[in-house]
Design a protein. Sequence first.
Lengths: 335, 335
Amino acid sequence: MTSKRLGRWTVHFPGSPRLVSAASVVGPKEGEGPLHSYFDAIELDPMRGEMCPEAAERRFMEDACSRAIQQLALTSEDIDIFLGGDLLNQVITAGFTARSLQIPFIGLYSACATFGAALALAATLVDSDWVTTALVAASSHYQTAERQFRYPIELNVQRKPTNQWTVTGAGAAVIAKQGQGPKVTHATIGRVVDYGLKDTNDMGCTMAPAAADTFLRHLADTGRTPGDYDLILTGDLAAYGSKMFRHLVKEAGIGLGNKHQDAGQLIFSPQQKVGAGGSGCACVAVVGLGYVLKQMAAGRWHRVLLLPTGALFSPVTHLQGESIPCVAHAIVIEG
Amino acid sequence: MTSKRLGRWTVHFPGSPRLVSAASVVGPKEGEGPLHSYFDAIELDPMRGEMCPEAAERRFMEDACSRAIQQLALTSEDIDIFLGGDLLNQVITAGFTARSLQIPFIGLYSACATFGAALALAATLVDSDWVTTALVAASSHYQTAERQFRYPIELNVQRKPTNQWTVTGAGAAVIAKQGQGPKVTHATIGRVVDYGLKDTNDMGCTMAPAAADTFLRHLADTGRTPGDYDLILTGDLAAYGSKMFRHLVKEAGIGLGNKHQDAGQLIFSPQQKVGAGGSGCACVAVVGLGYVLKQMAAGRWHRVLLLPTGALFSPVTHLQGESIPCVAHAIVIEG
């Protein structure tokens, strides 16, 4: 079966690749949050017994991948391709995880939208019979992200209300045509949107225009409205970014009703002192694979739009005075 | 048409996606090398009038992409997806280039094998009719890579004979089914190979086992021998890595004859004081798109295997005592 394009941005998958397994592994803070009962594993030691947080993050991704594969009673030998990524320089979490897995590997980078890029590509490869089974994964870790993008946590730099808290954890899923699980029916690949914003302490608002851009293109390509979805889940816009996203969508004449939620707002409670909410590649991955899929399985939602968002800057470009280019990808999942 | 898998690692593209345009833009040192007459543009100012080398690298990638699109008398509006990557933290060259291009974008990271990953994915997406036209690009820059991975060049740290010189430049190509140009017929996606080597001053030897692994799997999957190719072009193993690659392949009972050349050895002459040879994402991209495609067009070679290689480490993992995981992807191009 061949895929069918809808407009320039969206593809429909007639072969209906399915999420045949999914695993979410999180750290202790996420385990204390409102979604704690939906995660497959909560690790109480965020360092996982390792000396460096980079090695710890790897353990989260390796665990999530192992669980996703083992749920199918398969081994990594049975998986045809591994598409994964993370926030760390040189995508080391996915690269080192690929070393453990020994599955043909392509590393992806769309910042916190990486999980969306991986899902879209995996669905395409499975739908077009290039591969039979594809493993996707994304991870982040509070300690690795904080020291790479901001300051060493030992400095205890005061956080602003718009700051977000990087989720510690990893999500992994296997996509295949054969098997049980919700279908991936559409993907809309985003373009890079840059409103000239430069505030790295407010990534949610920085990414919101990209989320709105991809979302509006998705609706235009598919001829759908928000009413066609039971849930529209943005990646990690958090409190302020979500507000801006709703505003931009409203300005375009689209009413979201009560359909929109944000993974960064769902994963932590306000009492957890996380600023505006959660962030990181793992945020939408663990909320999507943990919470959303289980709610879909329970019949609460039937058709969900995942809208992971990412900021494609680096500390170097920020110091060089550049604004922050952002991207969002949209993936439709049907139960 | 659907793709046909050969073994676990290799895919055959029955729809014959073609490289319908290709552009290579390099810096002054590359322009003084033996391949100077094959590049589409040689920029005499490696800084491109910019204040920072990161901004300069972006100019190289933007130029290569513009040229590849303009050769077809198209605009970026006509291109369905942009798959690109580079060596810099947070893949900023490709991310910022995507901001200029406004084409739906997925960032890739396979270190210096990124161009291979991009070509393989682009060929798949075109072959499976997910997109009609895909733009691929990869870049590197001596000054950005040196200061990110090693030392500020102002320190003038003494180089070792096994050190390689990062190519300044970018290669870009458009893949489509309609149009003239050599076909992409097969791709073999590599697994991550790590022989426990840790010497960041000898990346060629570190990457050679991954090149050999992917190459041997490619031969096994396709039932081919080196004799079936007119040229087997490794990415950037350079002098020492090429020697190790030949040795590993020979140990596996495969004779390469005179079929093997390395992009890192071709791009500079020994008189240019580049240590073991060239490296960087741009190395195999500009040698492949500049030199190899033009030689194919002239009838010298008919069937070429591109074998870009990449080292998936970061300075952080190196300082943490980790060895260097590597990957290589193989792409068959037929004139």
